[in-house]
Ligand binder design. Structure first.
Ligand code: AQP
Length: 334
């Protein structure tokens, strides 16, 4: 039998997981376990590029694991681990820092965005974050890296690093291919449909969290901005009507309906009615996830056994790559 192809992804525990984290990423991950050998991690090393409260970071990291499992990532079929538990990430990250150019890193749009948002803490980690991300990827020699549109540039950088490194030392790293899932919609903030729904958004009024109570979700959708047109008609026109388009995309993500089906379902009905239906669809989709997450969060011993086993398995693969890299660059073996 052919070996399964390897896939890997992670999310920063920089905030509680959102509807965007789910529809844009995790929902698609769960369907891959049969086809791929998957590694998913809680990217705590990345999270500290922005200042975190230690207790919150610790809580969120473990809760995120519970949520991964509740979203359908079976720990028997996927390797689930905490990034800082596999120190090869930080170690390879350092080596790759020395193979990424200042100019390349300066062009990363996410660095520019994050610097704008964190003007008082534009630290070195924020700048070299893509090298750590390249290390995350390359340690596992994955065939594909599922990424959102906004991470594509980082995978491109990882590819440049591979080309540079392999050019000097031979075939050490496998060239990673970005895998952009077609259905992984970009979910926008309910109050500001021009901005991505982000888990670290402090106000959070336009953000739906996986652990939100049903009444909170309904309230957020009730207040969601639609559009200032007088048409009051559910029609997919992202340029003209970004608010409605976002709600349609969310509804489609929950129900599997196409935009044409949604338009005909709501023909002749106003935005108010539509928002209520979208809210209900989200509540029903998230209900089992929330309930299972709460159950798992209460079972600390189980979660600990999962992340320990995950780190052990991930370490075996990661250190194999790291040893090879250390040898190639000329470090003395211990
Ligand atoms: N709103 C979203 N719509 C679609 N996909 C999303 N993702 C995040 N938000 C949305 C996808 O989740 C994966 C991991 O995200 P991440 O935490 O590593 O980074 P991020 O994209 O920077 O997430 P946030 O929520 O915006 O976090 P903060 O505010 O801390 O930076 C990625 O595949 C991403 O596309």
């Amino acid at each position: 039998m052919d070996e399964k192809k390897v896939m890997l992804s992670g999310i920063k525990p920089s905030g509680d997981l959102t509807l965007g984290s789910y529809l844009g990423a995790i929902k698609n991950w769960a369907e891959r376990a049969e086809q791929f050998d998957c590694y998913y991690f809680m990217a705590d090393l990345h999270a500290i590029t922005v200042r975190q409260k230690p207790a919150d970071l610790r809580r969120r990291t473990v809760e995120q694991l519970a949520q991964y499992i509740a979203c359908g990532l079976d720990p028997e079929k996927n390797t689930l681990f905490i990034q800082s538990h596999v120190s090869a990430h930080a170690e390879l990250g350092w080596v790759l820092n020395c193979f990424a150019m200042f100019g390349e890193l300066s062009r990363m749009t996410q660095f520019k965005d994050k610097s704008r948002k964190n003007e008082d803490n534009i630290n070195g980690g924020l700048f070299t974050y893509p090298c750590l991300m390249a290390a995350d990827i390359l340690l596992y020699q994955p065939d594909y890296v599922p990424v959102g549109e906004d991470q594509k540039q980082h995978v491109e950088l990882a590819r440049n690093i591979v080309q540079r490194f392999n050019g000097i030392y031979g075939d050490v790293f496998k060239m990673p291919e970005p895998y952009i899932p077609k259905v992984g919609a970009r979910v926008m903030d309910l109050l500001d449909p021009m901005s991505k729904m982000s888990k670290s958004d402090e106000a959070g009024a336009g953000v739906v969290y996986l652990m939100d109570k049903p009444e909170d979700i309904m309230r957020k959708f009730k207040r969601a901005v639609t559009d200032s047109d007088t048409e009051n008609c559910v029609r997919y026109a992202p340029e003209e009507k970004p608010g409605v388009a976002n709600l349609m995309s969310i509804y489609s993500g929950c129900t599997g309906k196409s935009y044409a089906e949604i338009e005909s379902e709501f023909a002749g009905r106003g935005y108010g009615d539509f928002k209520k239906y979208v809210g209900e669809a989200v509540v029903e989709m998230l209900r089992p996830i929330r309930e299972e997450s709460l159950r798992l969060i209460a079972d600390k011993a189980y979660l600990e056994s999962v992340y320990r086993a995950g780190a052990e398995k991930a370490s075996r693969t990661a250190y194999r790559t790291l040893r090879k890299v250390y040898k190639k660059v000329g470090f003395v073996e211990r």
